[in-house]
Write a protein that binds this ligand. Structure first.
Ligand code: DQA
Length: 140
């Protein structure tokens, strides 16, 4: 089984960026812990600050992988291009957020991509990614 994790803009700054909201860990330090929980699953990781590169990665893996976990960062709230892309794919896509976006500013309450995703997990810190992987495993 192969699962792709995709992080969007500013998530390369996890651990540094607003730690009160996003925590003290970088994604690179969390990823090996997550991979160790699922030794039988290939969990690949990609991060970009560039919308088009996120789309390229979705298209690259979305017809062959078993699932995608995406935190599109602020593009969540703006990107019709990401929604169109996710709609085009064969594999299930789970939208994740580290913070509970519904407890935050109003502009974070709407997602352009939720309607194209299998489900949404938000507000559990980095554990949101593990919960999304659980959802993909169970959906199979
Ligand atoms: C985020 C929430 C978004 O509103 C924000 O723009 C991010 C991170 C989260 O993981 O909580 O960059 O997706």
């Amino acid at each position: 089984m192969k699962i792709q994790i995709i992080n969007g803009p500013n998530l390369n700054l996890l651990g540094v960026r607003e730690p009160g909201i996003y925590g003290d860990n970088s994604f690179e330090s969390y990823l090996p812990q997550l991979q160790a929980l699922y030794p039988n699953i290939e969990i690949d990781y990609f991060q970009s600050n560039v919308e088009g590169l996120l789309i390229d990665k979705l298209q690259e893996v979305g017809f062959t992988y078993d699932g995608i976990v995406i935190n599109a960062g602020a593009y969540t709230h703006t990107s019709i291009a990401l929604q169109d892309c996710i709609r085009s794919l064969k594999c299930p896509v789970i939208e994740v957020h580290i913070s509970n976006v519904h407890k935050r500013e109003e502009f974070r309450h709407h997602s352009m991509i939720s309607c194209a995703c299998l489900g949404v997990i938000a507000g559990f810190g980095l554990d949101s990614y593990r919960l999304a992987i659980e959802a993909i495993v169970k959906a199979r």
